[in-house]
Ligand binder design. Sequence first.
Ligand code: G6P
Length: 367
Amino acid sequence: DSAQKKGFDHFMLKEIFEQPRAIADTLRHYVDTDTLTLRRDRMPFTRKQAVLLRQLTIVACGTAYHAGMMGKSLIQRLARIPVQAEIASEYRYSETLATENEVVIAVSQSGETADTVAAVRKAKKNGQRVISLCNVIGSTIARETDAVLYTLAGPEIAVASTKAYSTQMLLFELIALDLANLRGELSDEELREHLAELLRIPEKMEQILAQKDMVKEFTRRMKDCEDVFFIGRLMDYYSSLEAALKLKEISYLHSEAYAAGELKHGTIAMIDDTTLVVAIATQESVLEKTMSNVEEVRARGARLLLLSDHEIAVPAKAEVWAVPQTFDAFAPILTIVYLQLFAYYMALQRGCDIDKPRNLAKSVTVE
Ligand code: G6P
C-alpha cells in the first residue's frame, strides 16, 4: 500500500500530483504534437457528422457530471452547438425527447456506474449514437458505446476523483476544438494556437502544485470555519460545484456552490464571520460581475479566498491565489488543482480518512 503511494501520504495527493503527467499523456494520444493537429482516427466525429450535428446530450454522475457541465460550456462556446448536460439518474427516468442528429456523450471514470450505464442503454434504445469518455479500458460503458475516448489518467484509487476529472475536461476541450474546426467556427491556425496552449497546461499545473505549502497553511487557519461557499459564474460556477463536492466528500465540512449572481436570492442571509467564501474569477466576460458579488459577501463579514488569473483589485483582508494565465476556456483545468489541494488539506486538518471517506464508494454499481 505505502509502496503504491510512491511516498505520498494518501492516494488522493498522489493522484493530484499525477495530473501534469495525466494531461500530457492524454494530449499526446489525441494530438500530433509536431503538426499541432488532432489525430483524426482518434476523434469521434467525421467532418460530415460534425456538420450535421444538431444537439448533444451529456450524461454522467458526480464529478463526471461536473466535467460534463464544462463540456456543455466548451462545446457551445467554441463549436456553437446546443448542448445539455443531464444527471444520469435523472435522465434515465425522464421524458427524454430524442431529436434527429443528436448524439449522446456518457462520461464515467469507472465505466461501471449503474445510472450512467442505464442512461447509455436508454439512449441506444432510442436509436441514438452514443460516445463515451472513460478511464477504465474495456469497462461496461466503453464496450457498449459506439465510440470511446479514453482519458489516459491511469488507475484512480482514491474515492475522490481528481485526475479523471481533469482529463475528462481535457477531452471536452479537444472535442469542442475539433467540432469548432470541422464546422468552420475555428480556423486551422486558431486550432493550432489552442492546442499549443493546451500543451503548456502541464507546466502551469506544476506551478500550482508548487504552492501546496501555502494551501496547507491557509487550511490551518480556516479549519474551524462552519460553512464554505464557492461562488463563480459560467465555467467558474461549474468549478465551484466540483470544489464543493470535493470538500464535502472528504472533509465532511458543509459546503455549497452558488452561481455568484444567485447569492442574493437567499444564501447571503447565512453569511457571517464563520463562513469562508471562495470566489473563482477567471472568466473575463463576467469578471466585474463576480467581483461585485465578492464585495457583497465581504461587507457581511465573510472570510474570503479569491482565485483568479486576471489583474483584479483585491478586497481588504482577502487571500488571493494566482492562477497561471491561460485562455479563459482552459482556466478551469488549472483552478481545480488549487481546489483539490484545498479540499485535501482541509480534510487532513480535520483528521479525516481521506482515501476512504465514510459512506462513499469509488464506483456505484447498484442503483
Ligand atoms: C462515485 C464516486 C465519484 C464519481 C461518481 C461517478 O460517486 O465517488 O467520485 O464521480 O461515482 O463515477 P464514474 O466512475 O461514473 O465517473
